[in-house]
Design a protein around this ligand. Sequence first.
Ligand code: GUN
Length: 312
Amino acid sequence: MADIIDGRAIARQLDEVTTAEVTEIVAAGHQAPGLAVILVGNDPASEVYVRRKIEACERVGIRSIEHRLPDTTSQDSLLTLIARLNADPEIHGILCQVPLPEQIDTGRVLGSISPDKDVDGFHPVNVGRLSTGTGGIIPCTPLGVMKLIYSVVDDLTGKDVVVIGKSNIVGKPVANLLLEAEATVTVTHIHTHGLPDIVRKADVIVAAAGAPELVRGYWVKEGAVIIDVGITRMEGENGKTRLVGDVAFDEVQHASAVTPVPGGVGPMTIACLLSNTVKAARNAYGMNSGVSNAIAEDDKRTMFTGSGNRPN
Ligand code: GUN
């Protein structure tokens, strides 16, 4: 039987570290970290995500400031709000929930957030820093994936890792983080020829294609580690729906460890958002030793030594 990597438990451990850091910031005489959360329109899924993020802020002592705008909001007024938040010293992180309504150019808006406050890690400057290994804010889901891998793998040096999916928010940044960790990384996607044979070589599989149960048992080498980033709502029995990952979970019991869906990567994404917000606040208060490289070094320490990551 494969071990289950308990994302909820690991996220709770990370939240404890984040809570302690908030306490340290306040004890040093600073205001608690502040996260501005912008929601434009009323997409039901976005409403749920935003509510969860705001509740999570409360749990660790981060001040969340919600900005709800109607779906008729113009790009100019959104850019004006972001410019004001960029200049506000009481705001350390800015999160603009996507998707945005169609009259708004998403790239333009995300690119207007100050890279130092870009707790999603979506700004091209942070993407560039990540791809050159020069620090910056690491996107939340890829950071969570790395922490989950390090909860069961001591050292990725030379390990064969296959990433399935090439999205800007998961596949590409995860591949860059894995390269920084000295893994041998193969990035694949749903158009890759001979995908099962490529995946079968992997010591670690990161499945992030958004294709329910794409990865079958016979694709997986005995003893591999599987991180399932996919989450799709499917029709279940009795008219109920169920959440399904990119991996056929019941077929991969010969893996050494696997993340469940739900309860694997999902909880880590929010925990990493909180951690990124505290990091941005520490930077603003001069509590990290440098600017962007200090963030990278800090992440390397916590990610690569597994501080707070390893289940007991
Ligand atoms: N929409 C879905 N996931 C995310 C996320 O992680 N960040 C933002 N800003 N929007 C999202």
